[in-house]
Design a protein around this ligand. Structure first.
Ligand code: GLU
Length: 157
């Protein structure tokens, strides 16, 4: 498990997320990423390697809501695609996750059989797809329902 941070603020959140991730750097990681919410949309920025590398190309955004992650790969090699956040097919639901999802392979094959396309080798990616499947306007209920389907030890934002 590495680093996970979420902020709902009232001023620009990206510098605070970067500061938080740097404080968590000592725990070790292979990639880092953030999602920022601005004007109702999400901007995802993630990279394999040092936080400073990711920071160099960080878009300038005035978002006040965001999440940040440092990853230590357990499922899927260290890569840009496997860095978190992971998103659902619409790109509207972004999840960062530390830990492992023990039953992800079964969930993934069931969703692939229902034509849901996966873009990473992570166990994490099942979560945004599951949340999207349960979502009908109530995000909290959808997250609860999705978490009811997974087993493992984890933290998510
Ligand atoms: N199991 C997840 C992955 O491999 C999260 C690893 C972590 O805790 O950073 O992407």
């Amino acid at each position: 498990m590495c680093g996970i941070i979420g902020i709902i603020g009232n001023r620009e959140v990206a510098p605070m997320l970067m500061d938080g991730l740097k404080r968590l750097e000592y725990r070790g990681y292979d990639s880092a990423g953030i999602a920022l919410q601005e004007n109702g949309g999400l901007t995802i920025h993630k990279k394999q390697g040092r936080i400073s590398v990711m920071e160099e190309t960080l878009p300038k955004l005035k978002a006040t809501v965001g999440i940040g992650h440092t990853r230590w790969a357990t499922h899927g090699e260290p890569s840009d695609a496997n860095a978190h956040p992971q998103v659902d097919s619409s790109g509207d639901i972004a999840v960062i996750h530390n830990g492992t999802l023990e039953n992800y392979a079964d969930l993934r094959s069931r969703m692939e059989a229902a034509s849901i396309e996966f873009n990473s080798g992570t166990d994490t990616e099942v979560l945004p797809h599951l949340i999207a499947r349960h979502y009908d306007g109530d995000l909290l209920a959808a997250v609860r329902a999705a978490l009811g389907e997974v087993t493992g030890a984890y933290a998510i934002v």
